[in-house]
Design a protein around this ligand. Sequence first.
Ligand code: ADP
Ligand code: MG
Length: 682
Amino acid sequence: MTFTGNKPLVSDIRGVGDTAAEELKEIGIVTLDDLFSYFPYRYDNYEIRDLAGVRDGEYVTIAGKVHSVPLLTFYAKKRSRLAVRVLTGRYLITIIAFNRAYLKKKLKPGDEVTVTGKWEKRRATLNASEFHLGTAKRDEVVAPVYPVKGSMTVKRMRKIVSQALKQFPDYLEENLPEKFLNDYKLMPRKEAVREIHFPTERARLYQARRRLVYEEFLNYELKIQAYKQIKRQSVQGNKLDIQWEQVQHFIGGLPFTLTKAQRRVTDEVLRDMASGFSMNRLLQGDVGSGKTAVAAIALYAAVTAGCQGALMAPTEILAEQHAESLQKLLAPFSVDVALLTGNVRGKRRRQLLDELKKGHIKILVGTHALIQDDVVFHSLGLVVTDEQHRFGVLQRRTLRIKGRNPDVLYMTATPIPRTLAISVFGDMDVSTIDELPGGRKKIKTYWVRHEMLNRVIQFMKSEILRGRQAYVICPLIEESEQLDVQNALDVHAQLTQALPGFHVGLMHGRLSSEEKEEVMDSFKNNRIQILVSTTVVEVGVDVPNATLMVVYDADRFGLSQLHQLRGRVGRGSYQSYCVLLADARSEAGREKMRLMTETADGFKLSEFDLKLRGPGDFFGKQQSGLPEFKLADMVHDYRTLAAARNDAERLVKNPLFWQNETFLPLRHPLEVAGILDHSHLD
Ligand code: ADP
Ligand code: MG
């Protein structure tokens, strides 16, 4: 039987009274399930060890003899710090204990002590978390350490969990089908939970964690896949009646042949559009991989189906650029592209909106101006957004409801590591262009120290004398007292002086959008030869005549960002260069610079970035959209995640999953979460 009715609460555990129950509630534990899934974040090891094999930062228990009179100091109110020298094995170490002033009188040289704590190798210091006189006797050699706050302590948590396991030995039922346990050789649930709280040996703890991580991922993926499945079945999507011969004709008329990757993703996109459910697809591809061409084909296909298409870009500059390149591709097929930005005002705007509403305008490109209330489409069938992570979820949704569930394609040039893509975009399909059009010259990338600046400037000069242009990127706008890094204002002044006769422009986030546009325009038309800028030029700006990208303090940037910056050059037929100025004092910094000079593959770089900086950095802080797991780690356990995702996909498509008793424990959380409730869909 399954406990679906009255679930035992922590107050049902012997020894847990009202106060303790209240304290547990403070950290989010109410039911027995909550308690069992409140996992330790590390373990204290009470096995007495010799310090010889202990790594810096490790928690360890040692036994030794007091070797000095303890030194006690008080600070703040009633806070104290006790330091005492202890001889353990061949080591004479210092033990630090906070707020245990009573030890001062008890410890005399020659006394035996047993101490557990964190070993700081360099200072030969052990920071005591537990301090015993004599030889300590233990129930468990390894004991869990829980994140606690308030008046709850780790010791009491241990007691409560241990008592709960004793009192409810059969409470935890298996929730995975036997076939899964056998196929993956997973530890049974009951055993795994016991082991994760009170490990008996390292290998078993590893197996316990493996099992629980899989379970956690599977439950998560089931929610996502079930949600996706139900949405597909219940939301009436547009079934676009694409005129395939016309689309073929359009593709044949492009000024280039599609790469294999472009053909594959175009296929994926068009198939979604022609199907009865709403497309929700991410199109990712390195800078210059030809995403815009794919978007153009999709937009054209929507038009052949008698619908309108929209493309939304994060900045006016990018919107204009997109409008231009789409216009070039689509005009020969008599499809006009209209542009709507904040600059389109008054009568022109009214006219444009009127034509849009009547359906005369087939394709509209713009910034967030597209999602204002008075922008009404006649029959919006496809929405493409560029650099999707820069738009808020809400903005995207607003645009979506302007059509009745139009298909949506999100384009991004920040390749998302596969490890993240499978989890973050769980309910989104992902298309990847993993190949660049042939015949491109590789951008030559160099890493130099700042002392070489003069030679870099000479090189810049020679490129400009050949008629080319250069970008110079700085991490900051103004001088900063905290950071010894180059700022755009200084660099601008410096280069203006060093390169007389050339025009050096300046661009940064504090300029108004008109000023920015003016600068960008001058750069595009080669009235400015050198553009000194902060990272505002990062995304999408297209100036094919620019062949040199110089980045100051390059080691301060992430790899993906550097790769984005590098992608600003090499867009024309000229050989292009990227010079990374970095003193790179840290090993991580040097590693980054080496990777940049060695690889041109954005996906590889993003995987490294993930390793160096962690997943949080990928999508900006606020809308990281990363799910949180209790035990699992998306990056570290990503193979398990991939397996769980496949299993979940198969399960929700299997009618037996929805009917059979075996799957009840896996189905149950879906019901609780309201996933099966249609009103839940947006
Ligand atoms: P992305 O948007 O992915 O950065 P674009 O679509 O802007 O890339 O394409 C970059 C450049 O490559 C454009 O000038 C485009 O015309 C060109 N291009 C796109 N696809 C191909 C292809 N299959 N072969 C040759 N050139 C291509
Ligand atoms: Mg593009």
